[in-house]
Write a protein that binds this ligand. Structure first.
Ligand code: PLP
Length: 221
C-alpha cells in the first residue's frame, strides 16, 4: 500500500507546472486531507455542499475550496461566503442564485460552465445551444457578482480511451468557440477543467488546465 503522500507526489510529478491540481477530498477525513495539506497543497474540491461547509469550518483557512459536483440552488448560500471556484454551473437559474449570493457576500464568485459531452444520459451539463442562450441572455449580461472562467466536463465512464480523448477534444473545440464569441479579449476566460484519476493524462494531452483527482491520491472511496 502506498501512502497518501506518495500518491500525491506521484501525481504532482506527472503535471506540467501550468496545470492546476484540484485534490478531490469527498468522503475523506480531516486527517487524510491534512496529509495532502502538509505536502504544501492548498486546492481541494468537494462534490456536496453539506460536506464542503463543515470541512471549510474545521480546516485551515488558506485552503482554496472548489465545488465540483452538482449544486442545487438552495445550497448556494452555504458556500457563497468562501468558495473559490464552482465547476458545475449547469443552468441560468443556478447562476442567478450564485450571483445573488455573491452580491450579499460582496464577492464576485468564479464559475465554470459544465458541458455535457459524455454519451451517458445521466451526466449533468449544458450543450452548446444552452450555453449560447445563457451567455446571450440579458439576465447574464446584467450579473455583476459572477465571473465565468471557462468550461468543465466529465468524460464517459469507459475503458475506451479513444472515446475519452474524442470527448476532451470536443470540450476544447467548444471552449474555443465560446471564447471567440463571448470572451475574446477577456483573459480570465482561460480554464478547461477536465480529467479525473483515470483519465487526467489524456485530458492534459488534450489541453486541460485543471485536473480533478480524488481516488489516485486518497485511495478508492
Ligand atoms: C469525484 C469526482 C472527481 C474525482 O474522481 P476520481 O476518479 O476519484 O479522481 C472529479 N470530478 C468530479 C466532478 C467528481 O465528482
Amino acid at each position: 500500500m502506498t501512502t497518501i503522500k506518495e500518491n500525491y507526489n506521484t501525481i504532482i510529478r506527472q503535471l506540467p507546472g501550468k496545470v492546476k491540481l484540484v485534490a478531490i477530498s469527498k468522503t475523506k477525513t480531516d486527517e487524510e486531507i491534512m496529509e495532502v495539506y502538509h505536502c504544501g497543497h492548498r486546492i481541494f474540491g468537494e462534490s456536496k455542499a453539506q460536506e464542503l461547509v463543515p470541512k471549510y469550518e474545521r480546516l485551515p483557512k488558506d485552503i482554496e475550496w472548489h465545488m465540483v459536483g452538482h449544486l442545487q440552488s438552495n445550497k448556494v448560500k452555504y458556500i457563497a461566503p468562501f468558495v473559490t471556484l464552482i465547476h458545475s454551473v449547469d443552468s441560468l437559474k443556478l447562476l442567478k442564485t450564485i450571483n445573488k449570493e455573491g452580491k450579499k457576500n460582496h464577492r464576485v464568485i468564479d464559475c465554470l460552465l459544465q458541458m455535457h459531452i459524455a454519451e451517458e444520459e445521466t451526466k449533468f451539463g449544458l450543450d452548446y445551444e444552452e450555453i449560447s442562450q445563457l451567455l446571450g441572455s440579458e439576465e447574464f449580461k446584467s450579473m455583476q457578482n459572477v465571473r465565468i472562467r471557462g468550461l468543465m466536463c466529465m468524460a464517459t465512464f469507459t475503458d475506451d480511451t479513444a472515446q475519452i480523448r474524442r470527448e476532451f477534444k470536443q470540450l476544447v473545440e467548444y471552449f474555443k468557440k465560446v471564447k471567440a464569441r463571448w470572451f475574446e479579449n477577456l483573459d480570465y476566460f482561460n480554464e478547461r477543467s477536465m480529467g479525473m484519476s483515470d483519465d487526467f493524462l489524456i485530458a492534459m494531452e488534450e489541453g486541460s488546465t485543471m485536473v480533478r483527482v480524488g481516488s489516485s491520491i486518497f485511495g478508492s472511496r
